[in-house]
Design a protein around this ligand. Sequence first.
Ligand SMILES: NC(=O)c1ccc[n+]([C@@H]2O[C@H](COP(=O)([O-])OP(=O)(O)OC[C@H]3O[C@@H](n4cnc5c(N)ncnc54)[C@H](OP(=O)(O)O)[C@@H]3O)[C@@H](O)[C@H]2O)c1
Length: 296
Amino acid sequence: MTTDDNNKKAVAVVTGSSSGIGYETSLLLAKNGFFSYATMRSLDKSNKIINLKQNEKLPLEVLRLDVTDDKSVKEAIKKIVNERGTIDVLVNNAGYALVGPLEELSIQEFKEQFETNVFGVIRVIKEILPIMRKQRHGIIVNISSVAGRTGFPLTSAYVSSKFALEGLSESIAYEIEQFGIKVILIEPGVIKTNFDRNLGLGTGVSTNPTSTTNGRDSPYADITKKRIAGFKPRFENGLPPIEVAKVILRAITSTSKNVPPDSRYLVGEDAFKLMEIRKSKSDKEFRRLVMEGVLK
Ligand SMILES: NC(=O)c1ccc[n+]([C@@H]2O[C@H](COP(=O)([O-])OP(=O)(O)OC[C@H]3O[C@@H](n4cnc5c(N)ncnc54)[C@H](OP(=O)(O)O)[C@@H]3O)[C@@H](O)[C@H]2O)c1
């Protein structure tokens, strides 16, 4: 691949590319006609993707970008624009889930959850919009979740951050459509990534109904324990992250096939099934099914 060939490629920026969905998306885009910027907050995790880039001669660069840090976001975007002159696709993927009942989560922990999953997305979009607006095209892909469509117990912080992302995406779509910029929401079900290992359990969360050792007991201990126990088997059976990457690729390349992208893409049989049930049941019945399914 010559430098000239690479200069003609559409440029994609993916946040949270150290693992999982971001990692697979950065690679898949590089293999399918994009110049891909795999951004991550710690370059210590970049060896694998750099080796692949070198061995397969992929049009891909790794760049440090921490979505919670203004300076890091500004520097990364500036560098990309200096190098390539354009940003055609932004994939806002970086995120994690905080676990625990609201009463046992601190305001600080809630704020940190929103700092990454919501303000992180806003920060990167704000930096990229002037570029896309001037070039009069661009696609912003926001990685939401089925948890952006319906609530789940013991993850109110995560769920509310993804609901916020959905509202944000729907609203800005109206504002920026006039500049040729599209907004796409990706809503995966359970995906087998590092997500479950990176789950943040609130520091005040306890699984002891009555504790004599740490002095903390919890009226939520029973459901907290059940919820946590359910994560492992659920994630072990999750879909591989490449399946999410494929949906992202299909969505962002649909315009080149003269099909405008949809606003939302569910990913995974579990996600489709859940949304079907959500539509066909009353709130009360749906809540009962979720309680039985998630907290059994
Ligand atoms: N896995 C699922 O079942 C699932 C389902 C629906 C939606 N999602 C969404 O998919 C997205 C990706 O998650 P994943 O499943 O691929 O999990 P993952 O393997 O844990 O990847 C999460 C990525 O986000 C990064 N990240 C976290 N905080 C960051 C920050 N401040 N700045 C930059 N990057 C940061 C992580 O970096 P570090 O390696 O440095 O921590 C990692 O690269 C998330 O938004 C998640 O909510 C996941």
